[in-house]
Ligand binder design. Structure first.
Ligand code: ADP
Ligand code: MG
Length: 618
């Protein structure tokens, strides 16, 4: 039974929801379906959700009499009195969502609550007539032409692709956080996600592809009354950005700096800069530690005590990652620590039974707080700049300051320009290969000087030039792969790559959709035939956020080229004499070359300088 809340009840409810983007409409409608007890929910969108959003469920339905009320502001079936606010279990209770959605779109609700289906439409807030309809038990809400009557809001929407990415991201979270519900998510007529309500593993496979399970570790832990469950990537598994991190606190999706720092630090020893751990974590905390009184649309959460959250997450994850959860028991325990073996009480019936360490669960919250002396303050003040995110707070603090990044690049540019001005070109034929040093520096003699060539930098530069040139001339040669490479990405990444298919093809890749959010790579540029595709695409996706805003084609080409460096020979790789010669030939004797990162390719050593060193001359 839907009824209108009295003003005194309504006024006690914190600020209501804002329906401002397609994803927030989808969120409200899916939450309504969940509140209605649905076990099957289907979501369809078209045109990034601007054109069409349709959510169909098999939940309790809305009766014929209630249909008009569902559209009324402050009308809900989930709450009656102000007291109910303390016990409300449903996701919604403000009675505002349908009212606000229907005022800015063409909405239709078709529902079957008691064996008969009825529909009621509403366009721009103007209610139509209840009509008999056909439909199975449950509800189907269709929202067309969102913001058709509010041009100002329409203008603030992102492109279809970006809105779609945001909806998809949120749908992924619904699949993960409600693994018992069967979801079907369709974008422009194509199914993106489908889950069958068979648990978290199945949901993970639906969102990320089944391959991911092999790289994940399952977690279930109960520490100091904080329950931690879910999956984390193993220590060799990293992702190029943070979009593979989901945290649900007491069932709600949130972003939280303390938890994310704890996870990052647990992985600190295993991941490098710009590698980010994968996690889908469910944190259940006592209600007194978590502040739920936040704006319903903000994915934010505050903990009364960050230390205990940090400590619990960090210790559970690092024990799993370090693989020391067993070994710890055999190590000498810390004095006073909870793992200290206890004296066997004389009354014990089995004196040689192994005495388990005092169970953590017996610790009170206050004791646990004392036990966990983690200092989170250096983390708290740090801005999580993804590109230069440092995982180790201590190292971060003591490191000597580096020159700011921009200056570094500006200096390189200046250096390059100067070098270009006094270009040093030698006749390749006069360069005599003499051998190598440390399997990295190739030695060439030429008249009365020697050149040391960094084999990696040189090769890198050559590939870079060739690729750029070919891309500019559109003269790329693709090399088909025997076995196509299937790249599994998440929805926003998919949208990003799809948008750039043209560019990738221009440069010699053969790419296409492969169902859901997978991408099939069936040919690579001939110059990149040896490239490590996972890390290559990782690099592109790693700069997804920054690329979105700036001039994409130029940057992507640079990105492709710099990732092409991965195909270059490395320092430490032994080259044959023939290879060393062909490498120098391909430089065409340009000794002023720099690698694409601005490091010099060649270092010149004059005979006279050596003579000075040996005091032959002064
Ligand atoms: P709220 O969810 O805060 O109650 P809404 O505006 O989202 O407010 O929905 C108004 C009412 O319409 C709900 O309280 C519920 O009774 C009914 N309703 C909306 N969607 C559904 C649905 N999918 N299935 C059953 N009832 C629904
Ligand atoms: Mg609602």
């Amino acid at each position: 039974m839907i009824h209108v809340l009295s003003p005194d009840v309504y006024n006690r409810i914190a600020a209501g929801e804002v329906v401002d983007r397609p994803y927030s409409v989808v969120k409200e409608l899916v939450e309504n379906a969940i509140d209605a007890g649905a076990t099957q929910i289907s979501v369809e969108i078209e045109g990034g959700g601007k054109k069409l959003i349709r959510v169909t469920d098999n939940g309790s339905g809305i009766s014929k009499e209630d249909l008009p009320l569902a559209y009324r502001p402050h009308a809900t079936s989930k709450l009656k009195t102000a007291e109910d606010l303390f016990t409300v279990q449903t996701l919604g209770f403000r009675g505002e969502a349908i009212a606000s959605i229907s005022s800015v779109s063409e909405t239709e609700i078709l529902s079957n609550a008691n064996g008969e289906a009825y529909s009621l439409a509403c366009k721009g807030g103007e209610l139509g007539e209840v009509q008999a309809a056909a439909g199975a038990r449950g509800t189907c809400v269709t929202v067309k032409d969102l913001f058709f009557n509010t041009p100002a809001r329409l203008k603030f929407m992102k492109s279809d692709g970006q809105e779609e990415g945001d909806v998809s991201n949120m749908m992924a979270r619904f699949l993960l956080s409600r693994p018992a519900i069967s979801f079907t998510y369709t974008v422009n007529g194509k199914v993106k996600y489908r889950s069958f309500g068979e648990g978290l593993k199945e949901a993970l496979a639906a969102v990320y592809g089944a391959n991911i399970l092999a790289d994940l570790l399952e977690i279930t832990a109960d520490k100091h009354g904080i329950k931690l469950a879910g999956f984390i990537g193993n220590r060799n598994f990293s992702k190029p950005n943070r979009s593979y991190q989901s945290l649900f606190v007491n069932g709600r999706y949130v972003v939280n700096q303390t938890v994310s720092a704890a996870v990052s630090n647990a992985y600190a020893a295993y991941l490098m800069k710009r590698q980010y751990p994968f996690y889908v974590l469910f944190l259940d905390v006592p209600p007194e530690i978590v502040d739920v009184n936040v704006h319903p649309n903000k994915a934010d959460v505050r903990f009364a005590d960050n230390q205990i959250i940090y400590g619990s997450v960090y210790s559970v994850l690092s024990a799993i990652l370090d693989g020391n959860s067993r070994a710890l028991e055999y190590l000498a325990p810390r004095a006073g620590g909870p793992a200290k073996p206890q004296a066997v009480p004389p009354s014990s019936p089995a004196p040689d039974a192994v005495v388990p360490p005092a169970p953590a669960a017996q610790m009170t919250y206050e004791q646990a707080k004392k036990e966990l002396q983690f200092d989170v303050s250096p983390l708290a003040g740090r801005t999580p700049e993804p590109r230069f995110f440092e995982r180790d707070p201590v190292k971060f603090e003591v490191r000597s300051p580096e020159p700011p990044r921009e200056d570094f690049f500006a200096e390189n540019q200046k250096f390059l320009r100067e070098q270009g001005a006094k270009q040093e070109r030698v006749d390749v034929k006069s360069l005599e290969y003499k051998g190598e040093l440390f399997r990295t520096y190739l030695i060439y003699e030429c008249g009365d000087c020697a050149y040391l060539i960094d084999q990696h930098a040189a090769h890198e530069r050559l590939i870079y030039d060739r690729l750029r040139e070919k891309a500019e001339k559109r003269a790329v040669v693709s090399q088909p792969m025997l076995v196509p490479y299937i790249l599994e990405v998440n929805a926003p990444e998919f949208a990003f790559l799809e948008k750039n298919f043209g560019l990738l093809r221009e440069i010699g890749f053969e790419v296409g959709e492969f169902g859901g959010t997978s991408i099939k790579v069936s040919a690579v540029p001939a110059d990149l035939s040896g490239v490590d595709l996972p890390s290559f695409f990782g690099e592109i996706l790693g700069s997804m956020e920054s690329l979105r805003a700036i001039k994409l084609p130029d940057l992507l080409k640079d990105k492709l080229a710099s990732a092409a460096c991965k195909a270059a020979v490395k320092g430490g790789e032994k080259l044959t004499d023939g290879e060393a010669r062909s490498l120098i030939e391909r430089t065409e004797g340009d000794m002023g070359l720099k690698c694409p990162h601005g490091r010099p390719v060649a270092v010149k050593v004059k005979k006279s300088e050596l003579e000075k060193l040996f005091k032959r001359i002064v």
